[in-house]
Design a protein around this ligand. Structure first.
Ligand code: NDP
Length: 274
């Protein structure tokens, strides 16, 4: 029986849940896939991708720290990869050239809209952090026509640069954590990596009101510190990034195979308590 080859490439990689998620999608499609983890050293990314393609590999997910180099190496890019300046999904054309996509933003949007039933039109959105993940989610968020997106970051210059880069796509402002308007936002997205260090960015408590939805891009088997912090402030809803992870994977799977998996059973597999 055909065994279609896919993989996720990164460093580190052994923690990745992508093989589990994609195997569950393949079961739904009733095909056999061989989905491996590829650990690549910093200077061996390109070589590893070429070797994978030469072994019959059909598609790759790309994770930290290779999303930017993947963007630089792809010969074709979709709209979201172009805007993000980063690629998390590679497919190969018939001439073996690389086609890059970025599904992180669509993953977040699909989780917010389809799974969490949040409409972003006319909403006031605060994003904490101005790294690669923020760059990846800005275009799809702005396409939902919020009132504004305010980006707050520890290094203010990075927030300013992102606001400038995306200014033609909608109303977008930037500041440092201590300059955030003291008002409750409709949606607060934590796109810093502070949760990974069990830290919450130093932001005023009153950005969270009774109607505020809080979303941490980070995820873990235990609630993140940001989730605990927002619950303590009685946010309307506190959501972590596991849904985004599954939805970005589903979009990658669709790009590779033209099959759109049902993500609900996969969410239940990873979060059996829900
Ligand atoms: P980057 O390294 O590109 O950016 C990190 C950001 O976090 C920067 O803005 C940095 O600020 C800020 N930061 C780091 N530590 C702190 C701290 N202690 N206090 C305040 N700010 C801090 O990371 P990414 O953008 O790639 O990833 C961000 C998060 O998103 C990670 O938790 C990652 O796991 C998650 N993610 C989740 C996905 C999903 O599918 N759920 C997909 C992609 C990412 P400064 O600029 O000042 O250094």
């Amino acid at each position: 029986m055909v065994n279609y080859k896919y993989a996720v490439i990164g460093n580190p990689i052994k923690h990745s849940k992508s093989p589990l998620i994609h195997q569950a999608f393949a079961q739904q499609e009733k095909v056999n896939i061989d989905y491996q983890r590829i650990l690549a050293s910093e200077d061996k990314f390109t070589q590893s991708v070429i070797e994978f393609a030469n072994r019959g590999g059909l598609g790759l997910n790309v994770t930290v720290p290779f999303k930017i180099v993947a963007y630089q190496q792809c010969q074709q890019l979709n709209e979201y990869a172009q805007a993000a300046g980063a690629v998390n999904t590679i497919s190969f054309d018939s001439d073996m050239s690389w086609i890059g996509a970025n599904t992180d933003g669509i993953g977040l949007l699909t989780d917010l809209k389809n799974n969490q039933h949040q409409d972003l039109y006319n909403k006031n959105i605060l994003i904490l952090g101005a790294g690669g993940a923020t760059r990846g989610i800005l275009l799809p968020l702005l396409q939902e026509n919020p009132i504004q997106i305010l980006i707050a970051n520890r290094t203010v210059a990075k927030a300013d640069a992102l606001a400038e880069a995306f200014s033609s796509a909608g109303t977008i402002n930037s500041c440092g954590f201590e300059e955030i308007d003291t008002q409750a936002f409709d949606l607060v997205i934590n796109a810093t990596s502070a949760s990974l260090d069990h830290d919450v960015p130093p932001v005023p408590d009153n950005i969270i009101g009774a109607e505020t939805i809080c979303y941490d891009l980070a995820y873990s088997d235990q609630p993140t510190v940001f989730i605990n912090w927002s619950k303590k402030l009685n946010a309307k809803k506190s959501i972590d990034g596991i849904g985004m992870l599954i939805e970005q994977a589903a979009e990658s799977y669709y790009i590779w195979r033209g099959f759109r998996p049902d993500t609900k059973p996969v969410f239940n597999l990873l979060r059996p308590a829900n």
